[in-house]
Write a new protein. Structure first.
Length: 310
């Protein structure tokens, strides 16, 4: 079974935004966005944001289903399970907003659709399998077959979940070029352009750090590598924090507090990061508790960023 310990790490490239720090993107924008029309750009950004929100929500929901399935399989075979994990109904409102894959993706549209359809099918299959497993456990039918069906359903859920994660990550990878191009079109002449690009740089650096942390958490801890990544992130956070938010347009005045909040949460992330490095240096590895704290801190930064750029 795919073990989901830190969701943010699985979604390291998926910070939701309406702008991009990509430069010299006009050629790509023309080819991907049918000459860069604003309607195409907005449709792509909407799809990007809705899919990322859906994937995030669905991943958390499936994580809880996988935990339930593991416990159900153990309990059905007579193992002691103190309490069955609680699975809260998925609140995936974003998925319902997705009507189709925008035509603005051009030649990539068919490939994106193929992965999106797999994602949709696996999402539905997992829910059906989960309901079947719940019925089996609630009726205590496992007393008749010694847990055989629980094992079978659990394996099915694990297989479907892995396929969903693979297809979801494929969609994210395939929509990124078009989304970057769309973001550049929307960003053109935007009053907040300087602050958005700088903040996007912070998120890119943060995501790069998360990727390295994920690998070292699963493998060998390298203080030198982590310290280098930390220093790069600290530099981008400092540069962003030093920007004087001086936007004349009054309709964007409220964005100042959101920009400042983003910088504060990024600074707090660095505090948590330093603690992780110190602890890992002493223990020779990254602990579960520290990686969970990093995950929580990452979510705070991402939420602040999303509030600012939306």
């Amino acid at each position: 079974m795919r073990k989901i310990i830190v969701l943010a790490m699985a979604l390291a490239f998926t910070s939701v935004s309406v702008v991009s720090c990509k430069k010299d993107i006009s050629t790509l924008g023309n080819s991907v966005l049918n000459l860069g029309g604003a309607d195409d750009a907005n449709a792509i950004i909407d799809f990007n944001n809705n899919f990322l929100d859906s994937y995030k929500s669905t991943s958390r929901h499936i994580e809880s289903i996988l935990k339930y399935a593991d416990a159900a399989s153990a309990k059905a075979k007579g193992e002691k399970v103190t309490m069955m994990p609680i699975v809260i109904s998925s609140m995936d409102f974003a998925f319902g907003k997705i009507k189709d894959v925008p035509s603005g993706f051009g030649k990539d549209k068919a490939a994106i659709e193929a992965d999106f359809n797999i994602y949709k099918a696996k999402k539905e299959n997992i829910e059906k399998k989960f309901e079947e497993l719940k019925s089996y456990m609630n009726s205590e039918d496992y007393k008749d077959d010694k847990g055989a069906k629980a094992d079978a359903i659990t394996k099915d859920i694990e297989t479907e979940a892995q396929a969903l994660f693979t297809s979801g990550e494929n969609v994210i990878a395939k929509i990124k070029p078009g989304t970057d191009a769309a973001e550049e079109i929307v960003l053109k002449d935007h009053p907040l352009k300087e602050y958005i690009i700088s903040s996007k740089n912070v998120m890119n650096s943060l995501d790069s750090n998360i990727d390295v942390l994920d690998k070292q958490y699963s493998g060998k801890f390298s203080e030198a590598e982590i310290q280098k990544k930390y220093d790069e992130l600290a530099k981008t956070v400092e540069a962003n924090s030093k920007l004087d938010f001086n936007v004349k347009d009054p309709q964007y005045s409220y964005k100042k507090s959101q920009f400042e909040s983003f910088n504060k949460t990024a600074s707090s992330f660095l505090d948590t990061y330093r603690k992780l490095i110190r602890d890992a240096k002493g223990a020779g590895k990254i602990s579960d508790s520290d990686i969970q704290q990093i995950d929580s801190s990452y979510e705070s930064v991402l939420n602040s960023y999303n509030s600012f750029v939306k």
